[in-house]
Design a protein around this ligand. Structure first.
Ligand code: SAM
Length: 264
């Protein structure tokens, strides 16, 4: 029994911290307090030469903390698992080294850490690899709420149903989803814009759609006429929101002619 206790490893605390989608004053107070207090901030970036979007957002609010380590981790932007897996093994090795020294570590992530985020893999692996580790998640302002805010567009009201679709993984089932839901949040749209615009036009929903890129970031863009940008090379940080108002119309007294994504 004693022997078991002796060999049982203990770890520093792991935090998954959402830093929001762009503006540094949209970090939560909790995120700032934790990022100022941990021993190490783990900062994901796409390559050795790229800057980190998450750290660009967080650093003005966090500032320089004496004695704090910044652990840069590289994750290539690819769906090729033969490249992603070794990158993760390397990153997990570096994180483990810190945690085994009983130091606290906060992994920062753009938006929310549990919503289409790099942090999710770490979260799952941490529980498997480091049994008993204490983990805390700090939620962040997510892209869909930031996009809705800057476009001044309600996401859902009353009995409305919402769908979230990572568009670059295929649009085959989109027409059916468009018919079944009241608000459709299309993430990761940059590589599929022409195809997406075609489907929205066919379904008669172009007027109910809005494209938003870099919400709350510098160079934020809002475009209500998707045909204007369908052939542009769209930003990775972009979303399309399709907002019908049929069901809310029942509650709010709106007519079916009110079908438009433009704010009042
Ligand atoms: C890997 S996901 C990250 C999502 C993030 N964890 C969140 O909570 O929003 C990246 C996608 O989120 C959306 N996104 C993230 N930030 C955005 C922003 N500031 N403006 C518009 N879309 C954004 C885009 O669709 C982008 O392709």
């Amino acid at each position: 029994m004693l022997k078991n206790q002796d060999t049982k490893k203990s770890y520093g605390k792991l935090y998954g911290v959402g830093v929001g989608t762009g503006a540094s004053d949209l970090l939560t107070l909790r995120a700032v307090n934790i990022l100022r207090s941990v021993d190490t901030i783990a900062i994901p970036r796409s390559s050795l030469y790229a800057s980190s979007v998450a750290w660009r957002i967080a650093s003005p609010a966090v500032g320089k903390v004496e004695g704090q380590e910044h652990l840069y981790l590289e994750f290539p932007m690819t769906r090729d698992s033969s490249l992603v897996r070794p990158a993760w093994e390397k990153a997990l090795g570096k994180i483990e080294k810190v945690l085994l020294q009983k130091k606290s570590l906060a992994f920062i992530t753009e938006g929310d850490p549990l919503f289409f985020s790099t942090y999710i893999y770490l979260h799952q692996e941490a529980k498997k690899r480091w049994p008993g580790i204490h983990i805390e998640i700090v939620p962040g302002v997510s892209s869909f709420t930031a996009v809705a805010s800057v476009a001044s567009l309600p996401i859902a009201d009353g009995q409305e149903k919402v769908a979230v679709i990572p568009a670059r993984y295929g649009l085959d089932d989109l027409p059916e989803i468009l018919r079944s839901f009241d608000t459709i949040l299309l993430m990761k749209v940059s590589s599929v814009m022409p195809e997406l615009v075609q489907i929205l036009e066919k379904e008669g929903l172009l007027d109910c759609s809005v494209y938003v890129s870099r919400a709350t970031m510098p160079y934020q863009k809002i475009e209500y006429n998707l045909k204007n940008i369908q052939n542009d090379s769209c930003d990775y940080f972009s979303m399309v929101v399709v907002r019908k108002t049929e069901r809310s119309g029942v509650l709010m007294g709106a007519t079916s002619q009110d079908k438009t994504a433009k704010p009042n």
